[in-house]
Design a protein around this ligand. Structure first.
Ligand code: SER
Length: 579
């Protein structure tokens, strides 16, 4: 059975059982607590906690339509950075497709286990054994799952049901907090093929568990692994998912390197297609490492043509992933190749010259020449024995802190004629611009609250002559349509040329007017309440603020959002400008 048939069979089976089929979400998640999407359940997180309603809330990957069912199934593009160092062995992958079925109060253990068993039976996959959570001091043993498995002939007595602890049979949460619970896992063909999670708890940031009001089901089955079992191959790299691309490599190339190419070319294609660009930060840094690792191998062996593999990846995956566009991906790869080309030879030479490698000089090889850790570790051989990922990462983090401190020094108040903490200007010209941006920021907060609801509160702001940067409480990415609405509202308020006035009041009274303010901030006894417009029954904007502001909003010019992104869990950041 080839993998496209497997995809179809999986989705058809769960559709038949009343699941809404949901497209994969992007590898770049809405959930700011993770760098990349690591599991199918991520796009469903709010349903488990009750924050979203499957019948009412617009679902992001269904073009804003609600799920319309308490049960859903998907094949999710997933990426696990934690496995990068392992790639090259028989089974680890960075990018993979995860087939999963999910329920948010629709069904629980009985059906979840039945469906898994029945679906595998329908494919002719025989289950070798299953594992069940054996219990610990916080969570009891999962007796319910034991009873269900016993009905299908699996028991501890027979040896085909094993109990495991927290490490193996307890999932989650992804990020700092979230839904989690005991799991039962299915093994076939010598590997774990299906992980069935029973989300019974919510793990809070302080690591304590709380029972969820409605328990949920979250399952995940790696498509590559199941394809391996069905196609009776020794490793995932011999399945139809990798064959075409890896056939482009010289046959006598070391098997480990062949697998690294098999894995990384898929990952590169999918990351680029989802809008990641190579950089020194976050997801971009992950992509850069993957690309540069392959570029070094390519540099060392002229027979390797990574671009050919990328082309085959697109051919293998173009259906069902229509956002994989060949030219776009090749261009993205070539651009990084050009950037790296000039330093690669010098970097490798320097690497060979160093008598012993440690975190410090390895990081400096990365910083000066862009040679990734993986390559240093590998090509360093004996000399890199004392080098470990943790040490390298620590150097990396230290460097980022230093450059942040450098930024702060630059803006530390020297040579600034205006520095309120929020507004910074180096000369008269800039002072005029930041004042306009400051007024625009008030309008933007008012507009955000109109579009996204009263839950939006200011969490910070920083205004320079280039832009205003505004942080606010909100728990997901904004839709392009919402950003457009915010821009429109602000530009309308600018066109209306609203009058900007303020009134000085004692703090207590000011707060009573309903003006926006920071709950935690220490304000002086007398404060200013800035109001924009008195024409409406309610002014467009009313905030406690020290100023300065323009006199009429008509002075601002055209308002535009430049960027919207996550800062941390529940906090978004917008950069915007007026021209
Ligand atoms: N979230 C679980 C996993 O990723 C099951 O889908 O394994």
């Amino acid at each position: 059975m080839d993998s496209s048939e497997l995809r179809t069979r999986f989705l058809d089976y769960f559709k038949e059982k009343g699941h809404t089929i949901v497209p994969s979400s992007s590898l770049l998640p809405d959930d700011p607590s993770v760098l990349l999407t690591t599991a199918g359940m991520q796009q469903f997180k709010p349903y488990y906690t009750g924050a979203a309603d499957p019948f009412r809330s617009p679902h992001p990957t269904l073009e804003g339509k609600p799920l319309g069912s308490k049960n859903a199934a998907s094949i999710q593009k997933s990426f696990r950075t934690s496995d990068i160092d392992e790639v090259g062995d028989e089974r680890h992958l960075t990018f993979f497709e995860m087939m999963g079925n999910f329920s948010f109060g629709g069904y629980f253990k009985e059906e979840a286990i039945l469906y898994a068993k029945e679906f595998l039976d329908s494919l002719g996959v025989s289950i070798e054994y299953v594992t069940v959570f054996g219990g610990d001091k916080d969570v009891p043993r999962d007796e319910e799952s034991v009873k269900i498995w016993e009905k299908y002939g699996f028991s501890a007595a027979k040896g085909n049901l094993k109990f495991m602890g927290r490490e193996d049979n307890f999932w989650g949460p992804t990020g700092a907090e979230g839904p989690c619970g005991p799991t039962t896992e299915i093994y076939a063909g010598g590997i774990e093929v299906w992980n069935i999670v029973f989300n019974e708890y919510y793990q809070k940031a302080d690591k304590t568990l709380e029972k969820l009001p409605t328990p949920g089901v979250d399952t995940g089955m790696g498509l590559e692994r199941l394809a391996r079992v069905l196609q009776k191959k020794a490793t995932v790299f011999e399945t139809d998912l990798f064959l075409r691309a890896m056939a482009e490599l010289p046959e006598d190339l070391d098997e480990r390197i062949r697998r690294i190419f098999g894995d990384h070319t898929r990952a590169i294609a999918f990351l680029l297609a989802d809008g990641v660009l190579p950089s020194n930060k976050e997801a971009g840094y992950v992509l850069r490492r993957l690309m540069r690792r392959l570029l070094v191998y390519e540099h060392l062996d002229a027979r390797i043509a990574t671009e050919k593999l990328l082309e085959r990846v697109v051919e293998t995956y173009g259906h069902p992933y229509s956002n994989l566009r060949k030219e776009f991906i090749l261009q993205g790869f070539r651009a990084e190749k050009e950037r790296f080309q000039q330093s690669i030879a010098r970097g490798l030479k320097e690497l060979q010259r160093l008598p012993a490698l440690n975190a410090r000089n390895a990081f400096s090889l990365y910083e000066s020449y862009g040679i990734p850790y993986e390559i240093i570790k590998e090509l360093g051989g004996q000399r890199a024995q004392g080098l470990a990922r943790e040490g390298f990462d620590a150097e990396f983090a230290k460097h980022q802190e230093i450059s942040r401190a450098g930024q702060e020094r630059k803006f530390g108040g020297h040579g600034l004629i205006l520095n309120t903490g929020e507004l910074k200007a180096a000369n008269e010209e800039e002072a005029k611009i930041v004042t306009r941006l400051h007024t625009a920021t008030h309008l933007m907060q008012a507009a955000l609250r109109r579009v996204l609801g009263e839950g939006v509160r200011q969490a910070g702001s920083d205004i320079t002559a280039e832009r205003t940067r505004f942080d606010f409480t909100f728990d997901r990415k904004l839709a392009p349509e919402e950003i457009r609405q915010v821009e429109e509202l602000v530009n309308k308020a600018i066109q209306d040329d609203l009058l900007v006035t303020y009134e000085e009041l004692p703090y207590e009274e000011a707060v009573k007017t309903g003006a926006l303010h920071f709950a935690k901030e220490k304000y002086p006894q007398r404060v200013k309440v800035y109001t924009m417009d008195s024409k409406y029954p309610e002014p467009f904007s009313k905030e406690l603020c020290g100023g300065p502001h323009v006199q009429r909003t008509g002075e601002l010019g055209h308002f535009k959002v430049l960027k919207e992104e996550a800062v941390s869990a529940g906090i978004r950041r917008i950069r915007a400008t007026v021209k």
